[in-house]
Ligand binder design. Structure first.
Ligand SMILES: Cc1ncc(COP(=O)(O)O)c(C=O)c1O
Length: 345
């Protein structure tokens, strides 16, 4: 059964599966000292800047948590949106390993600079966790994107307050489709310090990478983050199976091909859904998800054929998410079902 549940629900992109098979042929050194890892690191450096340090990990929660653990002490805090994955879906891992989360109000998933400014309180007060990191998600959990200007403004503000900017980039490539720029133009050039770069949601079997972009931090990461990763049991011995997927993903624009496809399927969904009067789109579509309120009695009928998540049990706002393998016919069929239901109203 296929559906619109999550890009996590889809399988492995055939090209990435091929990359896994290729690196399965022979023996290779372990713990990231193999040629596949070197090649993937080189690809990341080409796309994000030569100063970038890369740390492969198994999953997104670790990627976020260990990046934050590297940036802040236990008595410090991380400013993030109240709907961030960090805050709602990581079972307290960032607070267990890194610092206190300060969840902030959002607009369509994004934190405004004024909100950050208001939240920077009690500096130097020993009774209060001291703010050290701003963490934003790009694209956000509500499928919207920060513009380059917004990212730069947040980075500048963070730095002027002796703080760092972290991006949860579980689906970072999708934001390139919206912003029409390169990875470097969206991150390094704007002053982003560190990224949790996602692979799993973009067609990999599994695997994520922490990218340290800030040149000073990149130097220290070699003495600090590498031990943090091992202590947290996130150093994969057969790193090559993560690295070879990333290497193929970043070659010949495959990353853009995958992102363009899933975003175009979401756009098709968005167009179809916006023509159905009984449903209400709740956030701008700037990634591979559409957020929409669907009449309660339709949800079970629709979900029998195409699974999706009810995001808000009170309002029946649903998240309809596409993936690298979503087919145009599936989108058309889903929209047709909604049209049928609306005729019965
Ligand atoms: C925005 C975002 N960040 C981080 C993660 C964490 O990924 P994982 O489930 O691999 O820990 C997810 C997973 O859904 C996510 O959507």
């Amino acid at each position: 059964m296929k559906g619109f549940g999550s890009d996590n629900h889809s399988g492995v992109h055939p090209e990435l599966l091929k990359a896994l098979i290729e690196c399965n042929a022979e023996h290779a050194p372990s713990y990231g000292t193999d040629n596949f890892s070197n090649a993937a690191i080189k690809s990341f450096k080409n796309l994000f800047g030569s100063q970038t340090e890369v740390f492969f990990v198994f999953n997104g929660t670790a990627s976020n948590t260990l990046a934050l653990r590297f940036l802040c002490d236990r008595h410090e805090s991380i400013l993030c949106s109240e709907v961030s994955h960090l805050n709602l879906d990581e079972c307290g891992a960032p607070e267990f390993f890194a610092g206190k989360l300060i969840p902030l109000p959002h607009t369509n998933g994004k934190i405004k600079l004024e909100t950050l400014e208001k939240s920077l309180i009690r500096k130097g007060d020993q009774h209060y966790s001291q703010s050290r990191v701003v963490s934003i998600t790009q694209p956000t959990e509500l499928g919207t994107c920060y513009s380059q200007d917004e990212i730069k403004a947040i980075a500048d503000w963070a730095h002027s307050n002796q703080m760092y900017l972290h991006i949860d980039g579980a689906r970072l490539t999708n934001a390139l489709v919206e912003l029409k720029c390169s990875f470097q133009e969206m991150t390094t050039d704007l002053g982003v310090d560190i990224i949790s770069f996602g692979g799993t949601k973009n067609g990999l079997m599994m695997g994520e990478a922490i990218l340290v972009l800030n040149a000073e931090l990149a130097k220290t990461s070699k003495q600090k983050l590498k031990y943090i990763r091992k202590q947290a049991a996130q150093l994969p011995s057969k790193t090559r199976f993560i690295a070879s997927q990333f290497n193929r993903y970043l070659q010949n624009n495959l990353y853009m091909e995958i992102a363009r496809h899933s975003c175009s399927m979401a756009q098709k969904l968005h167009e179809g859904l916006s023509k159905i009067p009984a449903v209400k789109i709740t956030a701008p579509r700037q990634s591979n998800a559409v957020f929409v309120i669907i009449p309660k009695e339709w949800i079970k009928i629709l979900k029998d054929k195409y699974f999706f998540y009810v995001w808000d049990e009170k309002t029946f706002e649903c998240r309809i998410m596409t993936s690298w393998d979503t087919k145009a016919e599936e989108v058309d069929d889903f929209i047709q079902q909604l049209q049928q239901l609306s005729k019965q109203l």
